[in-house]
Design a protein around this ligand. Structure first.
Ligand code: MG
Length: 456
């Protein structure tokens, strides 16, 4: 890296040397300058002789967890506005709201919702919801950053003496039980409710972020405890599926590019076709699948010789990614257990998928960067490329997958021209114009129609 102090004209000259696309990112109010410009890598869908790395977003691209994040954001708006009933308020709007609450940083998502729904916020409801969220976080949260954040906010919202008393609630077996928690909540509400001072947009956003995280982390906490099925019914999500599942095609895709399927990749043809149909209802499978299984076999053999580095790149914090990915891998192992392949190979694949850390070459989360440098900024993807050891001269041999507007931009801002959008129901309203390709059929389409961009 080198540095040079310069003037506007030299910058304009530099920009004039490139004809490609740029993106303008407007910064939050407290950040200088008002906006930043990034040059985007040129769009490129050319078939590759060699694929070096695959970068994949987590929520909504690798797994179904986006639904849980949206649920938690909606819950936040409900409790601070006293709109708990679905009869009074049907919930967030898919077309209007979803593009602003998926794929960016948590702060950005919450800021948008507070901006839009601030008129309905009732300070009584906000205070009650905050006391609950703060108490839960102090007692149950396993995420130290969250605990510290709540302590900092308590200092802001309460007189100094009271915030110290509140923050000193230490979890022990008696108050960690349901009954113990209810009693503590009652006494905390009595002691602090009248003293809590959450005013102004900044304070409301800070408090709401804590309320959102509490809900999402409580869900993850219960999933980790094996309460997934019970939760599913409570949250009113479709039964018959787990709360955290792989997106269609994920198990086959990951095993394939890691070279684990070899000459048996063709045995997963039916599985892949049915995933394709589930993902894109308009897909009509050919009457003969011979072409597909031949292609799968060739891809299997190719990747066995040239296994690819794979990184997961998420704006979620590490604490969340750890729980989500380990739950996801449990589901993936269940899928693999059903594959009709040679037993020894299956054992090897299951070993590889025994844990996310065992499988991925890098796991990059929001914890590796800062809230203000998450997607659509390039940072998380640049960190991923660095950790995978991919030199700039090989960025053209990399593919990135994302389900959101910010994500598809972040990939290209990091220098990767193959930025593939794999939208799903919740990201239909997103502007995916920065993506090099929009694959409605998700990963199955990328395998079946695009050969994962490999020149076979
Ligand atoms: Mg996503």
């Amino acid at each position: 890296m080198s540095i040079k102090l310069t003037n506007k004209n030299e910058i304009i000259n530099l920009i004039n040397q490139h004809d490609g696309e740029y993106v303008i990112i407007n910064n939050p109010e407290y950040i200088f300058p008002e906006r930043e410009f990034y040059r985007l890598a040129d769009r490129n869908l050319n078939p590759l002789k060699m694929l070096d790395a695959v970068l994949m977003d987590m929520d909504g691209t690798t797994t179904t967890t986006e639904e849980l994040c949206i649920h938690s954001l909606e819950y936040m708006v409900r409790v601070i506005s006293g709109l708990e009933s679905h009869l009074i308020w049907p919930g967030l709007d898919r077309t209007e709201d979803y593009p602003h609450i998926i794929g960016n940083s948590t702060t950005k998502h919450v800021e948008y919702l507070i901006q839009k729904y601030h008129k309905g916020i009732k300070s009584d409801n906000l205070s009650k919801a905050y006391i609950f969220a703060a108490l839960w976080t102090l007692i149950y949260s396993q995420d130290l950053n969250r605990v510290n954040e709540v302590k900092v906010n308590l200092k802001k919202f309460l007189p100094v003496k009271d915030s110290a008393v509140f923050a000193s609630i230490i979890p022990d077996k008696s108050n960690a039980s349901k009954k113990g928690f209810a009693e503590l909540l009652k006494s905390a509400a009595k002691k602090f409710y009248g003293k809590l001072h959450i005013h102004g947009k900044d304070d409301i956003v800070r408090a709401s972020i804590d309320i959102y995280y509490q809900r999402y982390h409580e869900i993850l906490h219960r999933i980790k405890k094996g309460e997934s099925e019970k939760l599913q019914k409570e949250l009113g999500l479709a039964t018959g599926k787990s709360l955290i599942e792989p997106m269609q095609g994920t198990p086959v895709f990951l095993a394939l590019v890691k070279g684990l399927l070899g000459n048996e990749a063709d045995k997963l043809t039916d599985e892949l076709i049915s995933d394709y149909i589930r993902k894109d209802k308009s897909f009509l499978p050919p009457s003969s699948t011979a072409g597909i299984w031949q292609k799968l076999r060739r891809l299997g053999l190719y990747f066995e010789k040239h296994p690819v580095k794979v990184a997961v790149v998420t704006s979620s914090i590490m604490y969340e990614a750890e729980i989500v990915l380990s739950q996801l891998f449990e589901e993936i192992r269940n899928v693999i257990a059903e594959w009709k392949i040679n037993a020894a190979r299956k054992k090897r694949i299951l070993e590889r998928f025994s844990s996310p850390h065992n499988f991925y070459d890098a796991i990059i989360t929001a914890t590796d960067s800062s809230e203000i440098r998450l997607k659509p900024h390039r940072d998380l993807y640049s960190i991923a490329l660095y950790k995978l050891g991919v030199p700039k001269s090989s960025f053209r041999n990399v593919i990135g997958f994302e389900d959101s507007e910010s994500g598809t931009i972040a990939i290209r801002a990091a220098g990767v021209g193959k930025s593939i959008a794999v939208p799903f129901a919740h990201t239909q309203g997103h502007n995916l114009a920065a993506a090099t390709l929009i694959a409605e059929g998700g990963l199955p389409e990328i395998i079946i129609k695009n050969n994962i961009f490999i020149k076979l």
